[in-house]
Design a protein around this ligand. Structure first.
Ligand SMILES: CNc1nc2cc(C(=O)NN)ccc2[nH]1
Length: 370
């Protein structure tokens, strides 16, 4: 069993769980946030800096690494861990979301998806078997099955067809997945329709994957609708398998997801907005590149003890960003990753002390007021 979760504690008033996820590259605490390292790097960060901010499990994208530098090259380098010098666990997604996000640049058939590269327009064809070959070559500890991610909104018939294909493709992935030191997770689809979510979950649970992604959410639907889908789906999920809410999320969504029993998250938001000069603070978001901070010599977040907040002012970081100095977005990235990992640490502590609902109220009262 290359990946398993041990639930250490269930929070008394919610579905939240404190766990330990064991992988071939070490054990991590859950609930956990995975920084996104799309092209085999968490953008602007060295692996040591990712670890320093609290990152333990990183995500990389199969679609991107297949296109550049190629999964065969990564395999020749000794696999993704060696290639990117990351000795902790890695998860690769299957490209399902990426190729479906290409919109008109892709054609879906039962066999697979034909798509044109976003880089040079060249034609490619992903099948469940091909994606398994790529992910096994990359060698992540957790590989996601190839699924069809329905858009939002979409007709219920479309969501039915996508979940049925997701189930058939999950079977095909399982059939060819041979790597013993890599866990294959199924992905639950079904759009925003509770009955379809239940059906997708049950069909995939019958295949006994070691863990499950909850896909097709945070694709434009209102947050309340995502929460409703989780409220209906999570009670039928097995207690002893990790639940991974894909592509989520912002601080409020992380807390709401944990309250509903989610164990794993990934999201580009913290690193992406950092590169645009926006950071999370305890009083909400702050766009440090704005003119109002030109002579503000305070740290970005006065309650933060990250490297950036201990050593630099808003004025200095604004100056770096305005002059396109790379150190600027490195500092905002360090801060945002630290902020999110610190939030996850506080959430885990709140579960230990059975006060997650109080923590949610206190955190959001100040964060949303900002
Ligand atoms: C940012 N929102 C968001 N939704 C996602 C859904 C998936 C998915 O269904 N993968 N199979 C993956 C990444 C996502 N990111």
């Amino acid at each position: 069993m290359p990946v398993k979760i041990k639930i250490e504690k269930k929070e008394k008033h919610t579905r939240a769980r404190l766990g330990k996820l064991t992988t071939p590259h070490g054990e991590v605490e859950t609930p956990i946030f995975m920084p996104v390292g799309t092209q085999a790097t968490v953008k602007t960060m060295t692996p040591e800096e990712v670890k320093e901010t609290g990152g333990r499990l990183v995500l990389s994208n199969t679609y991107h690494l297949y296109l550049r530098p190629g999964h065969d090259l990564v395999k020749e380098a000794g696999g993704l861990h060696k290639f990117m010098n990351w000795d902790g666990p890695i998860l690769t997604d299957s490209g399902g979301f990426q190729v479906f996000s290409l919109g008109p640049l892709r054609t879906i058939t039962e066999e697979g998806v034909e798509f044109r590269s976003h880089i040079d327009g060249s034609k490619h064809f992903f099948t469940p078997e091909k994606v398994m070959e790529i992910e096994q070559a990359l060698g992540a500890d957790i590989a996601m099955a190839f699924d069809e991610c329905a858009p939002y909104p979409c007709e219920k018939e479309y969501a039915v067809a996508a979940l049925e294909r997701t189930t058939r493709w999950a079977e095909r992935c399982k059939r060819v997945h041979k790597r013993e030191d890599q866990a294959l997770f199924g992905i639950i689809q079904g759009g925003v329709f509770p009955d379809l979510r239940e059906r997708s979950a049950k069909e995939l649970l019958a295949m006994d994957f070691p863990g499950y992604g909850i896909g097709g959410l945070s694709v434009g639907e209102p947050k309340e609708l995502m929460y409703e889908v989780l409220d209906q789906l999570m009670p039928i999920m097995p207690e002893d398998k990790p639940r991974y809410l894909m592509g989520v999320g912002s601080p409020d969504c992380l807390i709401e997801g944990v309250v509903r029993g989610v164990d794993m998250f990934d999201c580009v938001l913290p690193t992406r907005i950092a590169r645009n000069g926006t950071v999370f603070t305890h009083n909400g978001k702050l766009t440090v590149r704005n003119a109002e901070y030109a002579r503000d010599f305070r740290p970005m977040d006065q309650q933060c003890d990250c490297y950036a907040c201990r050593n630099y002012s808003r004025a200095y970081i604004r100056h770096l960003i305005k002059t396109d100095e790379i150190l600027g977005i490195r500092l905002t990235t360090i801060h945002n990753l630290h902020f999110i990992q610190h939030l996850m640490q506080n959430i885990r502590q709140a579960i230990r002390e059975d006060r997650l609902l109080e923590y949610r109220e206190d955190f959001l009262k100040v964060f949303n007021a900002g």
